[in-house]
Design a protein around this ligand. Sequence first.
Ligand SMILES: Nc1ncnc2c1ncn2[C@@H]1O[C@H](COP(=O)(O)OP(=O)(O)O)[C@@H](O)[C@H]1O
Ligand SMILES: N[C@@H](CCC(=O)OP(=O)(O)O)C(=O)O
Length: 423
Amino acid sequence: MTKAYTIVLKLGSSSLVDESTKEPKLSTMTLIVETVTNLKRMGHKVIIVSSGGIAVGLDALNIPHKPKQLSQVQAIAAVGQGRLIARWNMLFSQYGEETAQILLTRNDILRWNQYNNARNTINELLAMGVIPIVNENDTLSISEIEFGDNDTLSAITAALVGADFLFLLTDVDCLYTDNPRTNPHARPIVLVPELSEGLPGVNTSSGSGSEVGTGGMRTKLIAADLASNAGIETIVMNSDRPEYVLTIVDYIQHHFRPSRAAGNGSQQRFRELQDAELAALRRHGVPLHTKFLANDTKHKLKNREFWILHGLTTKGAIVIDENSYDRLLCKDKTSLAPAAVIAVRDNFHELECVNLEIGRRLSNGDLDASHPVQSVGRVRSNYTSLELAKIKGLPGEKIHDVLGYSVSEFVAHRENIAFPPQF
Ligand SMILES: Nc1ncnc2c1ncn2[C@@H]1O[C@H](COP(=O)(O)OP(=O)(O)O)[C@@H](O)[C@H]1O
Ligand SMILES: N[C@@H](CCC(=O)OP(=O)(O)O)C(=O)O
């Protein structure tokens, strides 16, 4: 291996804790520590996203099942997170490696400078040779500010630091056509060139396979989609042989020739793609895993766009007309004027992140309720929903006349508008 990569390794709870006894899987953790140490010695930078705080807390407090009450879960996480990080520390210290704990909620990346601070801190740790270990701050997290699952958090972390690879280590070998725990006929999916085209014949609806996991394969697909949008390749693999991370990185670098342009195609084409890649894996002695290819540079989101689309929680919606949307998309990149706005939905404060939707305008200027609206992107609005309801449809110069003040002639400045990659 020659090129130095930045690699995010996400470990699910079921990989770190026995799902029934809740006892630590120390042998797996040791293998992970060895793998991370080896990757570091090869010149790669590694960030761990470690689940397991709640599962470890359940074990420490002798509580058999995760309670429903939020405050109890938060208390359990406070106990478990300390133990979890102590375990990682103890194992890494055997190899002379230093670790750092980073606990995040969406509140911590609410402002652009906070998001950048988080990046700077992680980069500084990497430069110091320290291994950052990230988890959601479950003790303080409530639904409004939570990432919800560590698959999503790991994708956001990977995008934050501009990683090359995101490895989701879990308790199955790869993505299958169906849950392999319940369907013995489920077939492996080893290559996904284009997640946005959907996955013909793949069912991930059964959720988590273990009592300690969150989200199952569904949240891994969401994470892969986010990472792909940020230009990061995602790999789903089994955590029982973490040293295979090295084999897989080596295979991707030296043997795998991605052809994302081909897309997934029809169900028949998709199956052929799987057969061809399975044969290649066997030929090169590479273990089963799923590769989700990344968007190319042209279709990859810039940092700030990623932050607006995926880092921030969204409230309400601003509905604009199609022509205004086309103007926002075009190359000269205009800002969003109040004249474009047809309707405002739900309540939001200024500079909160709001869904941007397109709808049809009736001749009286109102929204045509008989026509479906379509979500197209997100904006950070300069005005609250109440203010916008008063100034919608007006030219920017009229804002002062109506409100008695004007923060800006635009509803949202260009830098606060983001769209998913356009293919
Ligand atoms: N199509 C599928 N392919 C593979 N696994 C699936 C699929 N659908 C559901 N699953 C379940 O997803 C589980 C992995 O997710 P999860 O339990 O959340 O693990 P982790 O704790 O590693 O995040 C598997 O154990 C499996 O039961
Ligand atoms: N933040 C939580 C884990 C949440 C989560 O997504 O769990 P998992 O599906 O096991 O990766 C914890 O530390 O217990």
